[in-house]
Design a protein around this ligand. Structure first.
Ligand code: NAP
Length: 257
């Protein structure tokens, strides 16, 4: 399918196959639903929460799109190969990859163990590398691909007590920019979305007072929703964004400008 302006305005992703990692809840679930609503066939990847992944798939199907769930730990290269092979067999070679699965943990640098460092780097940087490496042959063959990496504002500005998380998300931004240069000639765009504080399970460790303070420090006066992030991702994989690559877009309510 060519990425011309002849796309349907109501279902602009019809005919596309999208893999969304970590889509059983939070931001990934909202992205899966929004891409399905736009017509894409979607793969809802998850780590352990099968019931929630199935619920997201059912929501996607209500928009008339095909949706499957695939359990795979994206920090494991063989599991990623199985994820992409299952996608190709059941829905077709992926056109769209959203590297969303991730982990966050706060710790002072002196309290950051090698295990914690590796856990965050594996989930936030190595897993996207594995996923990109696995989908690329198919995308290069069809001379089309849309890759969106979910980074974080802390990957741009550095989060206090979050050196390892910030470094992993900053690394993902550098990966995005370098890969965009490498893949532009192959018809593949690579962009990153760097959200501010978004209301998901990932914020469960913060107190009510912490959340209130973040809302007050955010110029628009509230925390973000998963849908605030999903709408940016939808734009980046839509036909109207075909000239955008290597960019970092930050839905953060003005928290970092
Ligand atoms: P979340 O609510 O904690 O959900 C994490 C998702 O990732 C779940 O679907 C989980 O699956 C999956 N997952 C975790 N490790 C995985 C692995 N190794 N393999 C496959 N799936 C895995 O997180 P979120 O808040 O939606 O965050 C999504 C992304 O946005 C992350 O990359 C995060 O760093 C980034 N982000 C979040 C915020 C925020 O404020 N929430 C801000 C900036 C950036 P199970 O359900 O099966 O466990």
């Amino acid at each position: 399918m060519s990425d011309s302006l002849t796309f349907s305005t109501t279902r602009p992703l019809f005919g596309r196959v999208a893999v969304i990692t970590g889509a059983s809840r939070g931001i990934g679930a909202a992205i899966a639903i929004s891409l399905a609503k736009a017509g894409a066939a979607v793969v809802i990847n998850y780590l352990s929460n099968q019931a929630r992944a199935e619920a997201v798939a059912n929501s996607c199907r209500t928009y008339g799109s095909r949706a499957i769930t695939v359990q795979a730990d994206v920090t494991d290269f063989h599991a990623v190969e199985r994820l992409i092979k299952t996608t190709a067999n059941e829905l077709g070679e992926p056109d769209i990859l959203i590297n969303n699965a991730g982990r966050a943990r706060s710790a002072l640098l002196l309290d950051t163990t090698e295990e914690l460092w590796d856990e965050l780097m594996d989930a936030n940087l190595k897993a996207p590398f594995f996923c990109v490496k696995t989908v690329l042959p198919g995308m290069i063959k069809k001379h089309f691909g849309r890759i969106v990496n979910i980074s974080s504002i802390w990957g741009i500005s550095g989060g206090s007590y979050e050196v390892a998380y910030s470094a992993s998300k900053g690394g993902l931004i550098a990966l995005t920019k370098a890969l965009a240069k490498e893949l532009g000639p192959s018809g593949i765009t690579v962009n990153a979305v760097a959200p501010g504080a978004i209301e998901t399970d990932m914020l469960n460790d913060l107190t009510v007072d912490d959340l209130k303070q973040i809302s007050e420090e955010t110029p628009v006066g509230r925390l973000g929703t998963p849908e605030d992030v999903a709408s940016v991702v939808l734009f980046l994989v839509s036909p109207g964004a075909s000239f955008i690559t290597g960019q970092i877009i930050s839905p953060n309510g003005g928290l970092v400008i």
